[in-house]
Design a protein around this ligand. Structure first.
Ligand code: BES
Ligand code: MN
Ligand code: ZN
Length: 494
């Protein structure tokens, strides 16, 4: 684990590498605020050196300049913020730049960041976030790979004792640990992470964080009439689970239900996937995000009651798989016709939402790698957000401010009719595949009590990347943890 410290920006630096920021101007690359001390230690040649190696200051650029014995720090990494004035630092640009710089370092143990945050808590948090996100590596199954060398990050600020800056570091440490744990879970393949081992992980981590933990096994699921979780998980050698984690502080201001899709592998079931199956170890990214978020919320001691209800199943192929044309009986007795066994997420989510809402929460926040339609509409950078208007817009605004990209999506009421079934209350997938992200949300809406403020975040694209960018490497991104925590922090504030 990497530690983060605040150091005095006026004092000399000792580190294996120091990160400064650059901007892209009409006259070419320029140094951003905070780099002056580093430049002075090199005799004022830093900008000249950057020009010589054709630096531009564009976003996602991280240029390494060796200091050749001229300074106590052997390496300067100049990370681009993109087009901006040198003294107007935008938090997400800083987070990305620092993340890109740290992702490019392999053996540095101690890294200093000299970006002029003053003591602005938002910027200090963005620097810490970027460093901890960019320093992440997934090497659990590759012991031959370079282990993560990064031990310590020093953030240069004008007043290291500043209470706001210190609080920002503490928040960042807890939140980014949750993001990185989510990345680990998403990156862990399905032969190591199945519903049983995933539930055991949630129990162990939840109990260690002081949460109340309940794990429903297949017998408890049968007693509880969780027809969809049992059907979707029925084809796997590893039976399904429903995990419930609760944070119940005294004097809680409000109560929030979290629900996340936990398909540990999505083969499609009998409607076997024709492409993209290899990515489907990531189909539990929503589950991982809500589990890690509630643990972080407990560590942050948020004064709201939170319960995470997390269905876990493997959508597998066998003689006990559920079939197209099956009619499932849900937790509340409602029936669902199966048109396609690959639309499995909404089924387990419906059972979980029904259970979560039996506790009468004030808010429901649910997230899932639900539809290919999300990827088509918004790509792998932006999550789609649906639900009741006020909570949807609030979550979009809070998540955006936390540095995640989200966009509100509609749920036109007339879409409900495409889910009408001749033989059941609802069908899991219409014949017409248009607007599939919105149809997925519309299916879920049927299971949310009238009048409850709720939000559904489709993270199918952003949860898992094929190529690195900014503070994200290839693989699991840990997306939506920062949005969920920003939302919980805001709801806790009243
Ligand atoms: N897990 C997938 C959605 C998904 C797609 C996640 C791409 C991440 C990346 C979901 O269960 C699914 O299979 N959806 C299909 C349904 C349809 C083909 C039956 C979809 O939306 O394409
Ligand atoms: Mn599927
Ligand atoms: Zn799926």
């Amino acid at each position: 684990m990497t530690s983060v410290f605040l150091i005095d920006s006026a004092a000399p630096l000792t580190a294996d590498a120091v990160v400064v920021a650059t901007v892209c101007t009409d006259d070419g690359v320029a140094l951003a605020d905070g780099a002056a001390g580093v430049d002075a230690a090199l005799g004022g040649v830093l900008l000249e050196a950057l020009r010589a190696v054709e630096a531009t200051g564009k976003a996602d650029e991280a240029i390494k300049i060796p200091t050749l014995g001229k300074s106590a720090t052997p390496l300067v990494v100049a990370a681009g913020l993109g087009v901006a004035a040198p003294d107007t630092l935008e938090p997400e640009a800083v987070r990305r730049a620092v993340g890109t710089a740290l992702r490019g370092l392999q053996s540095a143990k101690r890294v200093a960041v000299a970006i002029g945050s003053g003591t602005d808590p938002q910027l200090v948090q963005a620097i810490a976030d970027g460093a901890l996100l960019g320093g992440y590596r997934f090497t659990r199954y590759k012991p031959s790979a370079e282990p993560n060398a990064l031990r310590r990050v020093d953030i240069a600020v004008t007043k290291p004792a500043d209470a706001g800056a210190k609080a920002a570091i503490r928040r960042s440490r807890i939140i980014i640990e949750a993001v990185n744990n989510t990345r680990d879970l998403v990156n862990t393949p399905a032969n190591h992470l199945n519903p049983v081992t995933f539930a055991a992980y949630a129990r162990e981590r939840g109990e260690a964080a002081g949460l109340r933990v309940e794990v429903l096994d297949e017998r408890a699921l049968k007693r509880g009439r969780f027809g969809a979780i049992l059907a979707v998980g029925g084809g796997s050698r590893t039976p399904p689970r429903l995990v419930r984690l609760s944070h119940t502080p005294a004097g809680a201001r409000a109560s929030v239900a979290l629900v996340g899709k936990g398909i540990t592998f999505d083969s499609g079931g009998l409607d076997l996937k024709q492409s993209g199956m290899g990515d489907m170890k990531s189909d539990m990214a929503g589950a991982a995000a809500v589990i890690e978020s509630i643990i972080a919320a407990a560590r942050l001691k948020l004064p709201i009651a939170i319960t995470a209800t997390v269905p876990m199943a493997e959508n597998a192929v066998s003689g006990s798989s559920y079939r197209p044309s099956d009619i499932l009986v849900m937790r509340d007795g409602r029936t669902v016709e199966i048109d396609n066994t690959d639309a499995e997420g909404r089924l387990i989510l419906a059972d979980a939402i029904l259970r979560a809402c039996e506790d009468s929460p004030d808010y429901l926040i649910e997230t899932a790698t639900l539809t290919g339609g999300q990827v088509v509409a918004l790509g792998n950078g932006t999550s789609g957000v649906m639900g009741t208007d006020a909570l949807r817009d609030r979550v979009v605004a809070l998540g955006t401010a936390a540095g995640e990209s989200l966009w509100p999506m509609p749920m036109p009421p007339r879409l409900r009719s495409v889910l009408d079934s001749p033989v059941a209350d609802v069908v899991n997938l219409p014949k017409d595949r248009s607007a599939s992200m919105l149809v997925g949300a519309t299916f879920l809406k049927d299971f949310v009590p009238e009048g409850l403020e709720w939000v559904h975040v489709d993270i199918a694209g952003p949860a898992f990347l094929h190529s690195a960018s900014g503070y994200n490497g290839q693989g699991g991104t840990g997306v939506i943890v920062r949005t969920i925590l920003a939302s919980l922090i805001d709801l806790a504030a009243g």
